[in-house]
Design a protein around this ligand. Structure first.
Ligand SMILES: Nc1ccn([C@@H]2O[C@H](COP(=O)(O)OP(=O)(O)OP(=O)(O)O)[C@@H](O)[C@H]2O)c(=O)n1
Ligand SMILES: C[C@](O)(CO)[C@H](O)COP(=O)(O)O
Length: 233
């Protein structure tokens, strides 16, 4: 698998409802540049990446093309329309990649602070294990509740990991998992959960607490701090 090509599917076709804005959060500025541009730049800088596919919302083609036109890209970036849920968007990317064979990375456009080192570790994990993702050990105590009002129980924190993207797969592993998920009507919040359901084990790779997903408004405060910290490194 060492010589196999690597393609990244960047999911940017969400609404960003939890940001409570009238626009898709992908275009919000972080230190003067749209969030999605930061994300694309990290992957574009890597020689280990062969293809970049951007999953976007219908109606946002011009906005995305304008951003790409202002960048000095090393890679050709293809734009593909996403679907209703994140899973549907990734599936559209997989359908677009029918002739591609190799390693597929999936990444959230809303995780602009991923590093080159983390991406390379996921490519290596995908090559050696077939399926992997970045994680960080849980820092908080987690409770299970059916209704959000009353706690049922507290899982053992030493066995809990917060899962991030990129997630990396041999293409056939991911395609098999997606087909099975759609047959079973299963929707997951990440790609690894679909692969787990096929019985395949997922390799967990230690990531960084800085690889946050911009999800709610206060994440922009953390984003500014992480960006400033990076500039000082
Ligand atoms: N139909 C969708 C839904 C989500 N995503 C992408 O998946 C990533 C992770 O999803 P999330 O943070 O939940 O983003 P949104 O769906 O945009 O946010 P919300 O759930 O608050 O609406 C984001 O980069 C988002 O653009 C996507 O490509 N297609
Ligand atoms: C894939 C993911 O980033 C893993 O943490 C996340 O689950 C996607 O975002 P969502 O908020 O769950 O849609």
């Amino acid at each position: 698998m060492n010589n196999h090509k690597v393609c990244v599917l960047i999911a940017a076709a969400g609404m960003g409802k939890r940001m409570r804005l009238s626009q898709n959060k992908q275009y919000l500025p972080i230190h003067g540049k749209p969030m999605i541009r930061h994300t694309i730049e990290v992957f574009d800088a890597l020689e280990a990446i062969d293809k970049i596919i951007l999953l976007i919302r219908s109606g946002e083609e011009e906005m995305m093309r304008n951003i790409l036109n202002t960048m000095e890209l090393q890679h050709e970036v293809s734009i593909v329309l996403g679907g209703d849920e994140r899973q549907d968007s990734i599936w559209e990317g997989l359908r677009y990649l029918q002739d591609f064979d190799g390693i597929i990375l999936t990444h959230d456009g809303a995780r602009p602070f991923v590093t080159e080192r983390e991406i390379l570790s996921v490519i290596e994990g995908a090559r050696s294990s077939g399926a992997c993702c970045l994680m960080t050990p849980m820092k908080d105590t987690v409770k299970i509740s059916e209704d959000g009002n009353w706690a049922q129980f507290t899982p053992d924190r030493s066995k809990l990991y917060a899962i991030q993207t990129p997630q990396g797969f041999h293409k056939e592993v991911l395609i098999h998992a997606y087909k099975q998920a759609y047959e079973e009507g299963y929707y997951g919040t990440d790609d690894c959960s679909l692969v787990e359901k096929t019985g395949k084990k997922i390799r967990l790779i230690r990531g960084s607490y800085k690889n946050i997903k911009i999800t709610t408004p206060e994440d922009l405060i953390f984003a500014d701090a992480i960006y400033s910290d990076r500039m000082e490194e």
